[in-house]
Write a protein that binds this ligand. Structure first.
Ligand code: XMP
Length: 509
């Protein structure tokens, strides 16, 4: 594997994704965490950073010690750090070095630039520049603005050290991926053999070794991650995996029955638990969003624990945790490690005192989908929009009642079905309906009505962190509005949410 040392750049994850797309395994770790050396580490990449190498707080690592064991590549800050610690000079840049630049190199034999055009567009994003390169390094490329855009040393330590001032990991560096590939293949000697099939084989073997003859219990949500994780564990230990799928009464229309059915078809040992009344009972009279979330989280844990207790002799808890949930990153306010916790199942492992089985712990979302495809999981799961853990509870503004849930389920089903019918479902990242706590006057036939309003939400996004409202066709909106108002009793008005995130959020609560 390749180890990426994170100095806090916003692009660090892009380096990891680029390497993974090249069928090579890599992991990110904070630069200030000691490296646990093992034979599987074949190279190290030093990321960019919001720091200047001249800041008193600037993180520093022992590059010579690393290069004594494996090849090292410095990117942006990583490059400047190399220049600085070996006796060169880095200073604030007088010309702007942001955005497009053209990298020029003259040596077709340079391994880092194999098959890279002699003049190639790259993306720069740095405030400092290397004024003087230490003698141990040789420049290997320049741009119009900077004489040292890439450099290397074969004599600094046992293994080669390379550095690039630009960001090869961003798509605007047109041949950036080729440069990273060159580092992996020609400098680190990697094979590009980390494929979904290899991952499945390796993971199934690892789960078998970890779990042995013990039993694993796992909660399923109907989402991609828990489904793919369960199927991998199932492949490893078969019927010793016990799955629990809870109906909290806040799922989409018919979702509980259809998803439970699909799980059974997949051969999973799954128990469906109807806990609707428990959830509705505890949510009665509650309208504050965070209180709703807390109640739902707590009840879910209670139900799940109760079910697990009945199973006896369970030693492990399976979870669909994915890499973005566990990446430790260097924060800008000093290189301290922070870890995000998994918001859906927070608190569960601590309370249950069991070992954890997390087959997807090192995968990004799109890799989870590729693995899912590899093991034959249906598109019903793989292409599904994200759906929040608290479900429709946070799409019913104000108090939740079974009647409101029913109304919203009907409207939501019409909306999602039409998105599918008109070929729009896969063009939006997430869609859903929101029941507003307002009633307004309408007229149906000769009757005055005084009923609820539903808001339609559809967004485009890549990760849910930022999102734009989807520009759905008017004909589509007209049809949904008409169908919902005609078919769902209690709703006489439909509006479309045209807010982006930020400043709005995707959900309304
Ligand atoms: P927001 O509303 O924060 O949503 O823009 C971003 C993404 O997160 C989902 N979301 C949640 N998922 N539990 C979850 O599992 C929650 O409490 C929760 N709140 C929001 C939301 O559906 C969107 O995909």
């Amino acid at each position: 594997k390749i180890l990426i040392l994170d100095f806090g750049s916003q692009y660090t994850q892009l380096i990891a994704r680029c390497i993974r797309e090249l069928n090579t395994y890599c992991e990110i770790q904070p630069c200030n965490k000691p490296i646990e050396w093992e034979d599987s580490i074949k190279g190290i990449i030093l990321s960019g950073s919001p720091f200047s190498v001249n800041d008193p707080q600037a993180p520093v690592v022992d590059i010579a010690a690393m290069a004594a064991r494996v090849p090292v590549l410095g990117v942006c800050y990583g490059a400047q750090l190399m220049a600085k610690v070996f006796g060169g000079e880095v200073a604030k840049s007088s010309t702007r070095e942001y955005g497009r630049a053209f990298l020029e190199h003259s040596n077709k034999e340079e391994p880092l630039f194999y098959d890279v055009n002699l003049k190639s567009q790259v993306w720069m994003s740095h405030a400092d520049t290397i004024v003087r390169l230490p003698e141990v390094f040789t420049p290997i490329a320049h741009t119009d603005n900077i004489p040292v855009a890439a450099f290397k040393s074969l004599t600094l330590a046992k293994y080669p050290v390379h550095a690039v001032q630009f960001h090869p990991e961003v798509t605007h560096s047109i041949e950036g991926k080729q440069i990273i590939r060159n580092f992996l293949v020609h400098i680190c000697g990697m094979q590009q053999d980390w494929t979904p099939a290899a991952f499945v084989q390796e993971t199934v073997a690892r789960i078998k070794a970890q779990v042995g003859d013990s039993k694993v219990v796992m909660a399923l949500s109907g989402g991609v991650d828990s489904t793919v994780a369960a199927e991998l564990i199932h492949k490893a230990i078969g019927q010793n995996l016990y799955c629990v799928f809870v109906d909290n009464g806040l799922l989409r229309k018919d979702e509980f029955e259809t998803v439970l059915d699909s799980y059974k078809h997949m051969g999973l040992n799954v128990k469906g638990v109807n806990a609707k009344d428990l959830f509705y009972g505890e949510l009665k009279g509650v309208s504050d969003p965070e209180t709703k979330r807390k109640i739902i989280g707590r009840l879910f844990i209670e139900v799940f624990q109760q079910e697990s207790k009945e199973l006896k002799d369970i030693k492990f808890l399976g979870q669909g945790t994915i890499y973005p949930d566990v990446i430790e990153s260097v924060s800008v306010n000093g290189p301290s490690a922070t870890i995000k916790s998994h918001h859906n199942v927070g608190g569960l492992p601590e309370k249950m005192n069991m070992g954890l089985v997390e087959p997807l712990r090192f995968l990004f979302k799109d890799e989870v989908r590729r693995v899912g495809k590899e093991i034959g999981i249906s598109d019903i799961f793989l292409a599904r929009h994200p759906f929040p853990g608290p479900g429709l509870a946070i799409r019913i503004l104000g108090e939740i009642t079974p009647e409101k849930v029913h109304m919203l389920q009907e409207a939501d089903a019409i909306y999602i079905e039409l998105l599918r019918e008109m070929g729009l479902y896969n063009q939006v990242w997430q869609a859903g309906t929101i029941l507003l706590p307002v009633q307004s006057v309408g007229v149906m036939g000769d009757e005055r009505t005084y009923e609820f309003t539903v808001a339609l939400r559809a967004v485009t996004s890549t990760d849910g962190m930022t999102a734009d409202w989807a520009h759905l066709p008017y004909e589509f909106l007209a049809k949904v509005s008409n169908d919902i108002i005609n078919k769902v009793k209690g709703i006489n008005r439909v509006v479309y949410d045209i807010s982006s995130k930020p400043p709005a959020t995707i959900e309304w609560e």
